[in-house]
Design a protein around this ligand. Structure first.
Ligand SMILES: [Fe+2]
Ligand SMILES: [Fe+2]
Length: 363
């Protein structure tokens, strides 16, 4: 099988390695007394809920030739655009394969960002219970990179990390304040990821694509809970000025996610006009659904961790997203967990039918 990076239509800007300079102190903690009960509870859950991508997912399943993840046509952001609608069946299939492959590529690349950030939290965060929990997240994120890489191999196409995502990760990693890794990764990028994964989990008719996203989301909801716990304890101790700085970062990140994730690499690769495609995409039903899902995941967490000063409230008011603060985050997390369990049950049922049929044949 060819190397994944050989399938990039153009090489990653930095070649095969990207390095980000770091400037922070590694923190040891000699206080081994029991940590916070809620954090230790989450740590225990993180250990108990480990899974192996090799066995939990049935990798013999294939993707669809014309529409890999078997998504409804309106989930292709340029559907309805004259140039796309006039294409042949084969050309349309190629557009779907590239766009869906681009998305899964961003998931895989972003998961590597999460892997690095979780490891950074282990070394930098002062509390030992947080180090414990974050260490379970490190293995979770490695498993996510692995799962998306295996799914992506079936597309036959892959893309380097998109510039806006790289910008965000670069900013988070360069920041020497430990809480910024949480805020950038556990709140903003995890929120972005959950919104994007959910679209596929809930709309893909392809069982493999849906299952991978359901299982990854089950872990991610723990990661968001981790960010909430750590930051909720920390932010009340900061000055208003320090909180304002965080609120400004959050606002900028929300604008970036709303306006810049326009898949220009795909449109360029396919020889389409990137500006026209991005314009069509911005007003599409796909983006409307994505934005609502994105802010449902982020805004209530921001409020919950106590970054709810005038800066952010005014900013979210202007963006028209302040209403999302009312979302019941707990219910959302429980539903992510339940849906993953339903996928397990379905696979268990299918396996039992196969086993019974095999038993009948050999009887
Ligand atoms: Fe992840
Ligand atoms: Fe995560």
């Amino acid at each position: 099988m060819p190397k994944l990076a050989d399938r990039y239509p153009f090489p990653a800007a930095e070649g095969s390695h990207w390095t980000v300079p770091q400037d922070f102190d590694v923190a040891f903690n000699w206080d081994y007394d029991d940590g916070r009960a809620t954090m230790m509870g989450l740590y225990r859950k993180g250990i108990e809920m480990q899974w192996d991508a090799e066995t939990r997912i049935d990798w013999t399943q294939e993707l669809d030739e014309d529409n890999p993840e078997q998504l409804p046509e309106e989930m292709l952001p340029i559907s309805g655009m004259a140039q796309y609608e006039s294409m042949s069946r084969k050309e349309k299939a190629n557009v779907r394969r590239h766009f869906q492959g681009w998305q899964i590529s961003q998931f895989m690349q972003g998961e590597q960002g999460a892997l690095i950030c979780a490891a950074k939290i282990v070394t930098q965060v002062p509390d030992i219970d947080s180090k414990f929990y974050a260490s379970t997240q490190v293995i979770d994120e490695a498993r996510h990179v692995e799962s998306y890489k295996r799914l992506l191999e079936k597309f036959g196409v892959a893309y380097p990390m998109t510039a806006p995502l790289q910008e965000l990760i670069d900013q988070v990693l360069r920041d020497s304040r430990w809480d910024m890794t949480y805020l950038g990764m556990q709140v903003v990028i995890e929120g972005l990821a959950l919104a994007a994964f959910q679209q596929i989990r809930d709309h893909a008719q392809n069982p493999l694509a849906a299952a991978v996203n359901a299982y990854v989301m089950q872990d991610e909801s723990r990661h968001v809970a981790f960010g909430r716990l750590a930051l909720r304890d920390f932010y009340p101790h900061l000055t208003q000025h320090e909180r304002d700085e965080r609120e400004e970062f959050l606002l900028e990140a929300c604008y970036l996610m709303r306006d810049r994730f326009d898949a220009v690499e795909v449109w360029k690769t396919l020889g389409l006009d990137p500006a026209k495609c991005a314009e069509h995409m911005y007003d599409s039903g796909f983006m409307e659904m994505f934005r609502s899902s994105l802010f449902t995941r982020i805004v209530p967490i921001v409020k919950d961790v106590g970054l709810w000063g005038k800066t952010i409230r005014d900013g979210y008011e202007t963006m028209g997203i302040i209403g999302f603060a009312q979302t019941d985050v707990q219910a959302l997390q429980e539903s992510d967990d339940d849906i993953a369990k339903e996928f397990d049950a379905r696979r268990g049922y299918v396996q039992s039918v196969i086993d019974r049929a095999a038993a009948l044949q050999t009887a």
